[in-house]
Design a protein around this ligand. Structure first.
Ligand SMILES: CC(C)(COP(=O)(O)OP(=O)(O)OC[C@H]1O[C@@H](n2cnc3c(N)ncnc32)[C@H](O)[C@@H]1OP(=O)(O)O)[C@@H](O)C(=O)NCCC(=O)NCCS
Length: 175
């Protein structure tokens, strides 16, 4: 597996040719009256061409606004990526938003997410961030990953992010 920071021109539809977002979600966290509970669901997350176009636009904007995008490649094909925004958030401007982190379905559980998370943390520290902010997918599997890294519920909620994805769980990670 090869890891590198991606340039604006690297990010296009071709890059995602061998990337599979597929995720079957059978359990997810929900906040009911202030308490987190696990509910059973039967959902499939998948991206179509429009979704990939949206992701490409988001990643381009990340780079244009001073953030960074990292990719994991297997035999030249993208199998994981992460993006960190360059505009600090929070009352004290000390949070940096880990905006996207995804590993292709057939490559999950092999440490790729961990390596990308570490690259994002390193970049954020170099930019004087104190914490990462993560609006995390509420599936039990996805949150188990963030829990394993030591992420906790965010002390400050960033409403523009939480309102965009109301089922997400708002987390932070102290760098
Ligand atoms: C969440 C995600 C990025 C993690 O990447 P990954 O490469 O699969 O994770 P890693 O292999 O580095 O796992 C690191 C640790 O996380 C935990 N973990 C990861 N996947 C897990 C799962 N399905 N169930 C329980 N724990 C899990 C484990 O503690 C694991 O350590 P271990 O392998 O020593 O047991 C990846 O699974 C993914 O893309 N999921 C779908 C999309 C998504 O939810 N993205 C996050 C959006 S906010």
């Amino acid at each position: 597996m090869k890891y590198k920071e991606l340039m604006y021109s690297d990010i296009n539809m071709q890059l995602f040719h061998e990337f599979n977002r597929y995720q079957k979600v059978t359990k997810r966290w929900r906040n009911i009256d202030g308490k987190w509970i696990i509910e059973n669901v039967n959902l499939v997350e998948q991206w179509d061409e429009n979704d990939f176009e949206t992701i490409i636009d988001c990643l381009h904007t990340t780079i244009e606004t001073g953030g960074a995008v990292f990719g994991a490649f297997d035999s030249g094909f993208l199998k994981g990526f992460a993006s960190i925004e360059g505009v600090p958030l929070g009352i004290h401007h000390d949070y940096f938003d880990l905006s996207l982190l995804h590993v292709s379905s057939e490559m999950r559980g092999k440490g790729i997410g961990t390596k990308l998370f570490d690259m994002v943390c390193q970049w954020a520290k170099e930019h004087n961030a104190k914490k990462l902010y993560i609006s995390a997918n509420s599936s039990v599997d996805s949150l188990a990953f963030y829990e394993s890294k030591g992420c906790v519920d965010a002390a400050e909620t960033h409403h523009s992010l939480s309102e965009r994805k109301p089922y997400d769980r708002q987390l932070e990670y102290i760098l």
